[in-house]
Design a protein around this ligand. Structure first.
Ligand SMILES: C[S@@+](CC[C@H](N)C(=O)[O-])C[C@H]1O[C@@H](n2cnc3c(N)ncnc32)[C@H](O)[C@@H]1O
Length: 265
């Protein structure tokens, strides 16, 4: 527990206060730019341009036709923007309430995305079925990280890409994501995140390697104007303002891995 926590093994859900049920009941608030998901909205443009660049670099000419799954898609903030770019996207989530919001929003926006109930631990797909797996702001909600990574590797074709963004387990991430966001500003309710569930980039690289996913890079994903400006923006406008890629991975980070050809080493 605590500082000696590690994420290379499954975490007993009874030992962490983490409310994953929260996402089931958010309703239309998923899509309020200055609502409880303001952080996801603020990160979305930076995440999208990162994904664009990575898919072009790794998949080349095949990038526009890539079969993409967005695991833990929630209300569809990222899935919908990926589909709007022309990708064939399936969004999976365990929260049926979130999927209903996502379906309604995509219909109103006239964007084609398929939303299906499915868990990161057992996706209803055959092996090697997709080119890209995305887990955006999801890994820190999964008690059994190795099992989810094995499942992502199973459904990815060899040479396929796994893109993730998540939260580092540092003193700074505790101050920013737990104390500041949950307890001081009340951006989201307490227990939306658990510090114990945050993941160091080294742990993620090692857990992914064991599953047959080789991490190629990780970059910081942080408020473009710095933390103080983000807090001021949140207090004045209910949104932290845009995020950008940085060299500072001490709180949020984004990265990608490639599925090895021969399965787990
Ligand atoms: C912070 S939200 C991220 C939503 C979306 N990926 C985004 O970035 O806009 C986390 C999502 O993970 C989902 N989730 C939690 N556990 C899951 C699991 N085992 N399998 C699939 N989704 C899960 C939650 O229901 C929630 O919608």
């Amino acid at each position: 527990m605590g500082l000696l926590a590690d994420r290379l093994r499954a975490v007993d859900p009874s030992t962490v206060a983490l409310d994953n049920d929260y996402y089931e009941h958010l309703g239309e608030r998923w899509w309020e730019p200055a609502g409880p998901m303001s952080g996801l909205h603020a990160m979305n443009p930076a995440r999208l341009s990162y994904i664009d660049r990575v898919l072009t670099r790794v998949l080349g000419d095949a990038a526009p036709r890539a079969r993409v799954i967005d695991v833990g898609c929630g209300g569809g903030i990222l899935s919908e923007s990926l589909a709007a770019r022309g990708h064939a996207v399936i969004g999976f989530d365990v929260a049926e309430g979130a999927l209903q919001v996502a379906r309604r929003h995509a219909a109103r926006a006239s964007v084609r995305v398929e939303y299906r109930r499915g868990s990161a631990y057992a996706l209803p797909l055959s092996s090697a079925a997709v080119d890209v797996v995305i887990a955006a702001d999801v890994l820190e909600h999964l008690h059994d990280l190795p099992r989810s990574l094995a499942e992502f590797a199973r459904v990815l074709r060899p040479g396929g890409v796994f893109v993730f963004d998540t939260i580092h387990r540092t003193l700074r991430s505790w101050l920013v994501a737990i104390v500041l966001a949950e307890r001081v500003l009340g951006v989201v309710p307490p227990a939306t995140h658990a510090w114990r569930m945050f993941i160091t980039p080294d742990e993620l690289a090692e857990a992914a390697r064991r599953a047959g996913l080789l991490v190629q890079e990780t970059r910081g994903l942080s408020p473009a104007g710095g933390l103080v400006a983000a807090v001021r923006s949140y207090i004045e406008r209910g949104t932290p303002g845009e995020f950008t890629l940085t060299g500072d991975r001490s709180v949020g980070y984004i990265g990608h891995a490639v599925r090895t050809a021969g399965g787990p080493p």
